[in-house]
Design a protein around this ligand. Structure first.
Ligand code: BES
Ligand code: ZN
Ligand code: ZN
Length: 465
């Protein structure tokens, strides 16, 4: 599907936005009324004789536009129209591009006979191309990077395992001119990353640490992005119940998101150095599996009592965060992880949990969330929850002693591996709910959502401002 920015079009179908109050003045009001269309937010109706598609919006806000465009594009793809046009303005162009690319996203790699849509051309019609061109190009890059993240989240655990993840990262590095370093298990052992290594020990795949770097000549700031890359989380010996195990291919979504972010930033050619660190590991069972009762010595030297092998993401991140801080002195250190079911219980499925010590940094992230249409919400640390991670035999336990506040105690666990000088630079994003969906919402369809990519692309765009 090709998307163009233009001032005039002769497309087969014209899309129009309409608010409830505007309906009565509409020329074909009587016909429209018969269709049952009342311009309610997210409702759409075709007027095939006039080659029109009406889209109901509550107001002009980007969130509403993105949401209804997502419905519109899906409906158009099911018709025989070959081209369609949308009216765009500077204010809504990224929402419309996101609606089209992400709302219309399909993942058909595993279908033997994928349904082919007739829709080939989309025109975005504006008054002044020059005024919108850069916003248009940026929106396409960010939406495509989000779709890229979805594509890899949606890959099966058989196809995307730690070694093939490393190959995929190498490919992205080659295409986008990034530096790429991969550490296999021998090198991880030399680095004393025993916490990460323990998680992957029962897997038939070699664990991999992936480091990518986008280094523009005149970078003013440096950001490190760390991703949880559990290509499969069976729970390990603390095995997940059968129904919870389904969808656990998405436990690599944090890693897929940071790849999408570096793809976007390198294509936007932003003046910010971006380092991506991924711990790609598979959490399996077997005679060689790590066990509840084990004590692991992490790269930082801190010892960890394993009380549940399903709390594995934090064990991988503990070592990768420590490595990332030694390798790069960054201004910002963010990690992305499908870390806890508790985050979903706390915030619902749509919102990413944000944890960290710097309120200033969190506030600038909320601004980016507003700009991008992603949902972020704070989960505050406190000293009482911190105590719940105490271990009787090691420095720290990998699970909380109490059943409440699980998203925050996971964040506090990670905090133990953040060096003093980086405390104010670090933010942990729990994307357990937001990274994957089995029911469509906003511009998200079944599968990976690409959570994180849009909000962080916006944040990095504004870093130097
Ligand atoms: N990958 C899961 C978290 C998860 C659950 C992500 C559901 C997405 C959807 C993580 O490794 C995990 O299993 N966490 C445990 C932690 C517990 C053992 C303290 C959980 O959330 O139950
Ligand atoms: Zn787990
Ligand atoms: Zn996990």
């Amino acid at each position: 599907m090709k998307i163009d920015l233009t001032t005039a079009t002769d497309s087969d179908l014209k899309v129009e936005f309409m608010k409830e109050g505007e309906l009565k003045q509409y020329s074909s009001y009587k016909i429209v009324k018969k269709s049952g269309f009342n311009a309610e937010q997210d409702s759409i109706t075709f007027l095939h004789e006039s080659a029109l598609l009406l889209c109901g919006i509550e107001n002009d806000e980007s969130d509403n536009i993105r949401s209804v465009v997502s419905n519109a594009i899906k409906a158009i793809k099911d018709t025989n129209y070959k081209s369609a046009s949308f009216p765009v303005t500077k204010k809504n162009i990224s929402a419309i591009v996101e609606g089209i690319i992400l709302g219309g996203y399909e993942f058909n790699n595993y279908k033997s006979k994928p349904k082919k849509s007739k829709l080939k051309n989309i025109s975005l019609v504006c008054e002044d191309i020059m005024a919108l061109q850069s916003a248009f190009e940026e929106a396409i890059i960010v939406a495509e990077a989000t779709a890229y993240t979805r594509d890899i989240v949606n890959m099966t655990p058989e196809d995307l395992n730690p070694p093939s993840f490393a190959d995929l990262a190498k490919k992205l590095a080659k295409e986008n001119g990034l530096e790429c370093t991969i550490l296999g298990e021998k090198k991880l052992a030399k680095e004393k990353m025993n916490s990460m290594l323990a998680v992957g020990r029962a897997s038939r795949h070699d664990s991999k640490l992936i480091h990518l770097c986008y280094k523009p000549a005149n970078a003013k700031k440096i950001i490190s992005l760390v991703g949880k890359g559990l290509t499969y989380d069976s729970g390990g010996l603390s095995l997940k119940p059968a129904t919870s195990m389904v969808t656990m291919k998405m436990d690599k979504a944090g890693a897929c998101a940071v790849l999408g972010m570096i793809k976007a930033v390198s294509e936007l050619k932003l003046d910010v150095e971006v380092n991506v660190f991924i711990g790609a590991v598979e959490n399996m069972i077997g005679g060689d599996a790590y066990k509840p009762d084990d004590v692991l010595t992490s790269r930082s030297g801190k010892t960890i009592e394993v009380r549940n092998t399903d709390a594995e993401g934090r064990l991988v991140l503990a070592d990768v965060l420590d490595y990332a801080q030694d390798k790069v002195e960054a201004d910002y250190l963010f990690d992305f992880a499908t870390l806890t079911g508790a985050c979903m219980v706390a915030l619902g499925q749509y919102t990413t949990g944000v944890m960290g010590h710097s309120n200033r940094l969190k506030h600038s992230l909320y601004k980016s969330a507003n700009n991008s249409g992603e949902l972020l919400a704070p989960l505050p640390f406190n000293k009482h929850l911190k105590k719940q991670l105490k271990s009787n035999i090691a420095d720290i336990s990998n699970i909380s002693s109490k059943p409440y506040g699980g998203a925050i105690t996971a964040g506090l666990f990670l905090d133990n591996f953040i060096k003093e000088e980086n405390k104010e630079r670090w933010i942990h994003f729990d994307i357990a709910g937001s990274a994957y969906t089995e029911t469509p919402w906003d511009c998200n369809v079944y599968g990976g959502t690409g959570a994180g990519v849009r909000v962080i692309s916006d944040f990095i765009k504004n870093i130097n401002a």
